[in-house]
Design a protein around this ligand. Sequence first.
Ligand SMILES: [Ca+2]
Length: 362
Amino acid sequence: MLLIATLSFTFSGKAGEIIRSEEESFKIEVVAEGLKNPWGAVKLPDGRFLITERRGTLRLVENGKLVEEPIKNVPQVLAQGQGGLLDIELHPEYEKNGWIYLAFSKPMEDRSLTSIVRARLQGSELVDLETIFDVKEDYTKGGIHFGCRMEFDRQGFLYFSIGDRGDKTTPENRAQRLDHVAGKIHRIHDDGRIPEDNPFVKTEGARPSIWSYGNRNAQGLKFQPGTDLLWETEHGPRGGDELNLIKKGLNYGWPVVTYGTNYSGVPITDLREKEGMEPPVIHWTPSIAASGLDFYVGDKFPKWQGQAFAGGLAHQKIIRLVLDQNHKVTIRKYFWRNKAASGISVVLMMGFFMSCMMNRAA
Ligand SMILES: [Ca+2]
C-alpha cells in the first residue's frame, strides 16, 4: 500500500520518494504487495489489514507482509465482469462483537445480485457467517454495476450501494423503480433488519431498505467526519460521474437526468436537471470512473484536515476536494495520478485511503 501526494496530475511517485504537493509533502509507503484487484480494505485494531480481492479471496496483511493463504469460508462470489468479492467494513463496535461485513456479487443460476454477509475472524477462517442482505426476487443477468460500497453512520445503521445492474438507459430503468433494489443506496440495521423510519417502508410494493434512488452505480460512500452528511461518488455512463450528498428518500435522477451520454456518444437525455431530482454537487465529464471516497482526519497533514479524497479508476487518479459550510466544492484538484507499473496500480489508490486510516488510528 502506498501513500502519495502531488501538486498536479502530472506528478507521480515511487516508493520512498518525497513528493511536494500544493499543501503538504509526503512519501509513498508500501504496505503490501502481490494483491490481485484489491477492492476493499479495513485495518483491524491489532494493526493487521483485511483486503478483498475481486476474484473472491480475502487476504490478511500481517507485519507488512501479505499472508499467502487466503482466509477460509468466504462465501462463493460471481467473479465475472465487475462482480466479485467487493467491499469490507468493520462493525462500529468491532472490538466488542468482532463482526466483519462483506459485500459481494452472489450468484444464483444464471443471475446475480449484490449481497451482504457478516462473520467473525477466527484464526485464518471466517466463522458465525450470517446473511444480512439478500433479495432473491431481484437477481438479474449480467456482470456489471454491483455498486457495493458499505458505510456505518454514527447511530450504527449500515448504508450500502447497489448499482442499476446495467439496465437499459430509459426512464423505466430499475434505478427509478422503488420495487427493485438496483440503482439505490440502502439502509439497514447492523443485523439486517429494516429500520422503521426508512423512507419507503409504508410505500406499497417498494423495497423497504431503500434510502435513496436514481443512483447509477455508487462506488464511493462516506460520512463526512463528525457529521451525518453522507457523500457518494457514482459512475456515470460516458461522462456524468457524480459527487452527491445522499439524503433520505430523494431521487438522484439516473437515467432521467445526467451529464453523460451513451458510450456510443448518442444522448441518453437532453435533461441535465429536473424538478424533484437532486442534481449532483459536482460532476466529472469526462468520467473519472469513481472508486473509493474518504476524508482525511489524521494528524500528519494538518492542511488536509477534513478534506475529501476521491479515487478514479480512469488514469488511476486521486482527486482532492475541499468542501465549504454549504456543502459546495470549492477546490477540486487532480492530486495524484499513477504512472507506475500497472501491476501495483490499483493497490496504489487504495493505499492512500488506508494510510489515512493509519494516521487516524495513530
Ligand atoms: Ca444523478
